[in-house]
Design a protein around this ligand. Sequence first.
Ligand SMILES: Cc1ncc(C[n+]2csc(CCOP(=O)(O)OP(=O)(O)O)c2C)c(N)n1
Ligand SMILES: [Mg+2]
Length: 238
Amino acid sequence: MLAVAFFHAMRYRADEPSWEGRDRFFLSAGHCGISLYSALAEAGFFPLEELDTYGLDGSRLPMSSMWPYTPGVEMSGGSIGLGLPMAIGSALGLRLKKSDAFIYTMMGDGELGEGPTWEAAQAAAHYHLSNIIAIVDVNGVQADGRMAQVLCTEPLHDKWAAFGWHVQRVDGNDIPALVAAFDKARECTEPKPRIILCDTRMGHGIPFIEAREKLHFIRLEPKDWKRAVEVLDAGRDA
Ligand SMILES: Cc1ncc(C[n+]2csc(CCOP(=O)(O)OP(=O)(O)O)c2C)c(N)n1
Ligand SMILES: [Mg+2]
């Protein structure tokens, strides 16, 4: 999802992170900061080697992504449920400036249990914020277990549609499907905020990780890390 956002959909200047005309990416699920850092490094916001400083004292890459430490990071995540409310403020601001930029915001499905998300969902539709494209990582789990057991938020498509959003639901591990969905979200002419619900599998492509029960707090031993990279490389080369 981040790859499609940063390398297909969004307009930005890596050498000028504050460029006024940029699309903004708000990672609401700040605990996924490490994946955002990978995308930003690949995009040229900072050197790839800097990824090795992740989480170290003095690093520009704190564990949860936070503004203003890292070039390209637009908001402080960590406390979940804030990305959409912040996106609304920024989307209204861009409208006042007559900007044609978009605000992308990415949430986890666990965040859909947070009240502010639904207040924001109503407000975005009320203000016809067609410059918001929300992305939800519907992986079916949150920190404490499966969504179905902790807090069932389905039927997601119907709920967002009822809240006045343009809704798509796609396989979030399928790049061509994501590309089509991101295009459609941008090109849609309805005066509505847009959301792409992305069904994903944590650890996708690495069977021995996919099979694990608890994946939110994953710590890989060096030998498992090596195995995972080998599996991914084999898949990429295939
Ligand atoms: C307001 C708030 N409540 C609780 C937490 C603790 N917390 C961190 S991540 C997380 C789970 C979020 O689930 P989801 O959005 O599905 O993310 P995933 O684990 O799938 O990446 C929780 C409850 C938090 N960071 N902020
Ligand atoms: Mg989740």
